[in-house]
Design a protein around this ligand. Structure first.
Ligand code: GLP
Length: 241
């Protein structure tokens, strides 16, 4: 793992965008894996700026998002579909974007189709990840085993309460999600994980310094040959390295 710790969220976002920019400049038809949550917002802002300034052309880029809530219509402002369009897709010239369909009648079939679409596109070149404060990546929650492919996940109480801030009432927060599995994420050729804030410090420490353990899903990343981790000082606060 390559680790960089930044003084500010702005410089972290800039560094993440530079890594994506290098990927797209080197391979204009890159397949990129994208994430939601507050963590990548600065990075998306920088990518929009690089597009507006004529540095980046996304017209041949394909994207696959990590996950989507089950049961939330695309039109709901907190669906990951709406999030991605608002914060990135509608602001750049990307055309080929994919998210799991959390409203599919056959969710198991949808999971299989999603993995198949990633395979057909040639696999993900660069996957962006945030991390949950319980160590989850995508929506792969702590468990007694690593789940391989895209799958339907029952969200833990800690994730439901972390997501509560985006919804009007607790009842509205989705309880399930479709997420790329750990195997899907691990098959990306390179991975870029971002974390900011003291609430991520324990998860980051466990990911980087404890045993590889499905109870900290992000710990599997230690076995991947090409992972870059960008942190702010608060998220790096627990590291003894
Ligand atoms: C959700 C997403 C994850 C994200 C996590 C952290 O669970 N499925 O992909 O990493 O939230 O979100 P935030 O960046 O807002 O802390």
């Amino acid at each position: 793992m390559i680790l960089h710790v930044f003084e500010s969220e702005g410089s972290l976002a800039c560094a993440a965008a530079v890594i994506f920019a290098a990927q797209i400049l080197r391979k204009p038809d890159s397949v990129i894996g994208l994430a939601t949550g507050s963590t990548p917002l600065g990075t998306y802002g920088e990518l929009v700026r690089l597009y507006e300034e004529g540095v980046l052309d996304f017209s041949r880029v394909t994207s696959f998002n990590l996950d989507e809530y089950v049961g939330l219509p695309k039109s709901h402002p907190e669906s990951y579909y709406a999030f991605m369009h608002r914060n990135l897709f509608d602001r750049i010239n990307i055309r080929d974007t994919h998210l799991p369909d959390g409203q599919a009648e056959d969710l198991t079939g949808e999971c299989r189709k999603y993995d198949e679409a990633i395979r057909k596109a040639g696999g993900v070149d660069l996957q962006l990840l945030g991390i949950g404060s319980n160590g989850h990546i995508g929506f792969n929650e702590p468990s007694d085993r690593f789940v391989y492919g895209t799958n339907v996940i029952n969200l833990t109480e800690s994730t439901i309460s972390a997501n509560r801030r985006f919804f009007d009432s607790a009842d509205e927060v989705p309880r399930r999600a479709v997420s790329m599995g750990i195997g899907t994420i691990m098959s990306a050729r390179s991975i870029l994980l971002l974390a900011m804030g003291a609430q991520k410090a324990d998860a980051i420490k466990a990911m980087m310094e404890d045993e590889v353990d499905p109870r900290i899903p992000a710990s599997i990343l230690r076995t991947h040959p090409s992972v870059t981790v960008l942190l702010d000082k608060a998220a790096a606060g627990g590291l003894s390295l």
